[in-house]
Design a protein around this ligand. Structure first.
Ligand code: PLP
Length: 381
């Protein structure tokens, strides 16, 4: 996909993955619940693939739940805890920088189940404010802390080790769920080592198909299932399992394991190149993403031209970027993450999110910068 700079919204499926999936759909398509040999083979294929998936994520196979995407994973984690016998306090902690999948689920829980939801502010880098977090943990008792790991708008990485330390100090029993959608494949992730209870992922951000996700649930944590039915996946997510799809996730993870460092180095270099080009062309801009953000997400303000206008000009030239987060761009309300960053009044309306992938090239970046420069020369206020 040429001139595509919206990889945080979705990534494209490489040909080898399509071929692998097609072959699997042809040869590995029996119902894993069936009692005849082909069904038993499908079940054992799922078990083998789940082992690979679990090992890539630093989890146990029984901790892996395949879902229809991160939205379902997040809903299952949050509602699953709330409806389980765990909650004692009817209070959930989150941050002011979450994706709508979390925000809307929490709104539902607050509205329908009379929970109190506390939103920890972000600092100017877009990370949770640790002082405020400490004070919230000192003052209140929570059933769950749900937090985005890598912010999907500006790419900041929440300081999870420090957060776990605070949890252990103030509320060692507090369950933590991480929305790790933008983290996987970008920063190293190990479920057990991080020490959290739940984590959500979406495969289409990693070169997989849409409509596939993962929820990790620590084996000692109890959740109520969201989807009831035939009792598949340890009764936690009913519905006929798809051995071909599970094998494809394993295939993707095996590939990712081998390419992780190369991918990230390539993307870091592309980000540097982009920033150099903007400087070299003397384009008036302000990088909004913090320096230590994941390199894949670079939010940049061009204060002389509204982001929406710039996006449309780029789109006409076949260059795809996003304003704020693609997931929220249909809504006209202002992006709540950008509101937290203490930016000059109104600057959030001038911010483009450029999200990179190893498949982008320097020449595509030159095109992007050239079009921005021409647009600014012509329309800048
Ligand atoms: N969480 C984050 C941080 C995301 O970026 C997204 C998708 O953009 C989601 C959750 C939801 O993922 P999906 O739409 O694949 O369910």
């Amino acid at each position: 996909m040429k001139n595509y700079f919206d990889h945080a919204a979705t990534s494209f499926i490489e040909q080898d993955v399509i071929d692998f999936l097609a072959k699997q759909l042809t040869n590995n398509n029996y119902n894993p619940a069936a009692r005849y040999t082909s069904g038993i083979e499908a079940a054992s294929s799922i078990a083998k693939s789940t082992q690979t998936i679990a090992s890539f994520l630093g989890a146990k196979p029984e901790e892996v739940i395949i879902t229809s995407g991160a939205t379902e994973s997040i809903n299952t984690a949050l509602k699953g805890i709330v409806f389980s016998p765990n909650p004692k306090h009817k209070r959930i902690l989150t941050s002011a920088g979450e994706h709508q999948a979390t925000n809307e689920t929490l709104n539902f829980i607050e509205r329908q189940l009379d929970y109190t939801i506390d939103y920890c502010s972000l600092n100017e880098k877009g990370e949770v404010d640790l002082e405020e977090l400490e004070s919230l943990l000192r003052q209140n008792q929570y059933d769950l802390f749900t937090l985005i790991y890598v912010n999907n708008v500006i790419g900041s990485v929440n300081p999870i080790a420090q957060i776990i330390k605070l949890r252990n100090q103030y509320q060692p029993d507090l369950l933590i769920h991480l929305d790790a959608v933008q983290a996987l494949g970008k920063i190293s992730f190990n479920f057990k080592k991080i020490g959290i209870e739940l984590a959500s992922f979406s495969l289409h951000k990693l070169g997989g198909p849409k409509g596939v996700g993962i929820l990790l649930k620590n084996e000692t944590t109890r959740i109520e299932p969201l989807i009831h039915g035939g009792g598949q996946q340890n009764n936690l997510r009913s519905g006929t399992e798809n051995p071909a799809l599970v094998a494809t996730i394993a295939y993707l993870f095996e590939h990712l394991q081998k390419t992780f460092e190369y991918n990230n180095e390539t993307v870091s270099n592309l980000k540097l190149f982009l920033l150099e080009q903007l400087k070299q062309e003397e384009i008036n801009h302000q990088v909004i993403s913090p320096e230590d953000a994941v390199p894949h997400i670079v939010s940049i303000a061009f204060p002389e031209l509204r982001a929406e206008t710039l996006l449309n000009i780029l789109a006409k030239e076949g260059v795809q970027v996003s304003i704020g987060s693609a997931c929220s761009s249909k809504k006209s309300e202002r992006n709540q993450v950008l509101q937290q960053l203490n930016l000059p009044q109104g600057l959030d309306q001038y911010i483009l999110r450029i999200s990179l992938d190893k498949s982008n090239s320097q020449s595509e970046i030159c095109d992007l910068v050239r079009i921005i420069k021409t647009a600014l020369d012509k329309y800048a206020i």
